[in-house]
Design a protein around this ligand. Structure first.
Ligand code: SF4
Ligand SMILES: [Zn+2]
Length: 327
């Protein structure tokens, strides 16, 4: 049995993978660590249940968690992604001394790039300076959409596009870079509008972002989105929509780096198609993450799955079908 202390000193998860490293235009190894902290202060976003991973941990516990995860570090230079299911720059989650301690741990290893995520209100030059132990520092901000109405009314994110822009400018002025998360299909918008929204948002955030990460909305437990989904007022996005959105973003700007981690893809709570073609599409999305080669998605046109016609019809009749759960 895991003792409570053991749980507090163990990260929520950590794993090795490959990630595209735009600075060298190639994929290199990455270590992702999800630290258990006291969790996000905001906790009001309609689709987010991450606060379930929080615990009453001490700052020493957090350093132990990272120490343990770093035992898995690759021998070669790699990307380290530290997520907290909240905001890395929130003092309440990661205190200033802990942040500095983490920077020292990072400096001792062959880390090419450090990626942390945070809400924009916690970003300032001093905190960024603490983390400049690595050559490349990336701050990921969950903007979700450039549309203030959708973000405030449907997602309940609690900050504006202007807040994001101010924070992103600080990051860029400090010599770090920004990754912007966009959410494909928040609640209350149709499939077609969801695609249009991420494509439009990508164009508006690209002046501030080095990377755009497309989050395909999934239904997490104990969220307002789950209530809607249970009442059949919500269907997670089709994987065809994700493919179209990524293609369009890349076609409009070939230099923009687009990533998408299809969490829960192929399952009823996650982005999915008919079940028969899901795996091929998930594979292609994962491949574009490490190659940025649009041809990977264009080759999907050869997949002749009958659900594509259903999806086409849904998009075509979108204005009439909105609100229905037929598809
Ligand atoms: S999406 Fe981010 S800001 Fe919103 S509740 Fe979840 S962790 Fe907090
Ligand atoms: Zn299909």
């Amino acid at each position: 049995m895991t003792s409570p202390n053991n749980k507090k000193q163990t990260p929520v998860a950590s794993w090795l993978d490959y990630d595209f490293f735009p600075e060298e235009q190639k994929a290199i190894k990455s270590l992702t660590v999800i630290l258990r902290t006291v969790g996000c202060q905001w906790r009001k976003c309609t689709m987010c249940g991450y606060w379930h991973e929080s615990a009453n941990v001490t700052q020493a516990d957090i350093l132990t968690q990272l120490e343990r995860a770093l035992r898995n570090s690759p021998d070669e230079p790699f990307i380290l992604k530290i997520f907290t299911s909240g905001s890395f720059l929130d003092e309440r989650e990661i205190a200033s001394d802990t942040r500095k301690g983490i920077a020292k741990m990072v400096k001792k290893r062959k880390i090419k790039k450090l990626i942390v995520e945070t809400r924009p209100e916690f970003i300032n030059a001093e905190k960024i300076e603490d983390l400049k132990a690595v050559e490349h520092l990336e701050l990921a901000i969950g903007l979700e959409t450039a549309d203030d109405f959708i973000r405030s009314k449907y997602i309940n994110k609690g900050f504006s596009f202007d807040d994001y822009r101010t924070a992103a400018e600080i990051v860029n002025e400090c010599g770090a870079i920004v990754k912007t998360y966009l959410l494909l299909k928040p609640p209350f918008i149709s499939e077609k509008r969801a695609m249009e929204d991420v494509v439009k948002s990508a164009a508006l955030v690209s002046p501030y972002s080095s990377t755009i990460s497309l989050n395909l909305c999934n239904v997490q437990k104990y969220t307002r989105l789950e209530d809607l989904w249970k009442r059949k007022y919500y269907r997670p996005p089709w994987l065809w929509s994700a493919v179209e959105a990524i293609k369009e973003i890349k076609q409009r700007d070939a230099n923009v780096v687009v990533m998408s981690d299809p969490v829960g893809a192929g399952h009823i709570r996650g982005p999915h198609n008919c079940g028969k073609c899901d795996m091929a599409i998930i594979g292609a999305i994962k491949k574009i993450n490490i190659t940025q080669d649009l041809g990977v998605l264009e080759r999907l046109e050869e997949i002749d799955c009958e659900c594509k016609e259903v999806w086409h019809a849904l998009i075509k009749f979108d204005d009439f079908l909105f609100g229905s759960n037929l598809l």
